[in-house]
Design a protein around this ligand. Sequence first.
Ligand code: PLP
Length: 396
Amino acid sequence: MINDTMYALGANRSVIRDLFEYGNERAKAVGRENIYDFSLGNPSVPAPKAVNEAILDIVSSVPSVAIHGYTSAQGSEKTRAAIVNDLNNRFGTSYTPAEIYITCGAAASLISVLRALITGNDTEILGIAPYFPEYRCFTEANGGIFKLVPADEKNFQIDFAALDTYITENTAAVIINSPNNPSGTVYSEETIKKLSALLQEKSAQYGHAIYLISDEPYRELVYDGAAVPFPPLYYKNTVICYSYSKSLSLPGERIGYILVPQTAINGAQLYAAAAGAARASGYVCAPSLLQQVIERCADVRPDLTEYIENRDLLYKALTKIGYKCVYPKGAFYMFMEAPGGDGNKFSEFAKKYDLLLVPGESFGCKRFLRISYCVSQEMIKKSIPAFKKAFEEFHG
Ligand code: PLP
């Protein structure tokens, strides 16, 4: 006998992967250089020099067994200390290594925290559109109910009137993601303050903490001096799920962490439950070599020049053609209104020009399309005439 839910998850590819595979097939027919693939969120900026230097230094100076051996389940104490030093220096906090659990990226962090918070089949986890679609999979596969709060499509902050109506006595947590995949927006301080006030009020009303899960793989990818508020400074029951996949361009290395502040309500129990969930999922002892890299590079920041140039180039060109795009202040995605108002339809239509754009329906916003601009500048430049032709032909 085989588990039907898991079978369905494994047998059906995501829309994004489908589009990517479609691009691979087309590339065989017309050549890779003629495909404008904006589907995936794979960083195009190389990992910082300091990361490569750390790897070379570790492999040449540390004994093999000490590089590749198991660490404690929650990660090496030295790496956790480096992470909290960096956080404390930046945010004026006083976290200790005991509040960090090192994981295999944000996905493992989220799954561990969700499993720790889902207590029965009526537990509700809220996401806010536009959202990272795996939140639904991570929640439902672990026995919870995922509810998606509709987007504030005007400025892509939070529609608080809607959020208010979605919170019930069964709400265990709200997941936010800023800078946001797919809209590229950054939640303002006002948004985080309002969210904090609402969660405090609802927690008091229902007599239990409603946790805020802040999914932050793009924290360091911000432009134009935009500030990313650090949610635990505003709401004490915040758990951070962080990843180095995007900030240090290491998505294939699977490294990130969970921060459960001890000041959160039931912080110690929640940390232990997340550790238990990580154990039950096999996420103990994140890759040892990478832990040692993070020990040396926790304060290294990415060079954002290429992403800024790509964003500016694409935004200017697309808006000049007549497309309407949300101006992105972070991450490496642009959210574009679909001409004709239907993201699925325009994504299909754009394939005619070998433009691969992800329909916004996957992210909870049907009228939009996601363009990942973590691609080569050359491809962006070559794609502009295709965008123009698609726009003109679509409008007859
Ligand atoms: N959360 C968001 C918003 C993402 O965009 C991604 C990856 O694209 C993840 C989580 C998963 O990140 P990781 O590769 O660290 O598991």
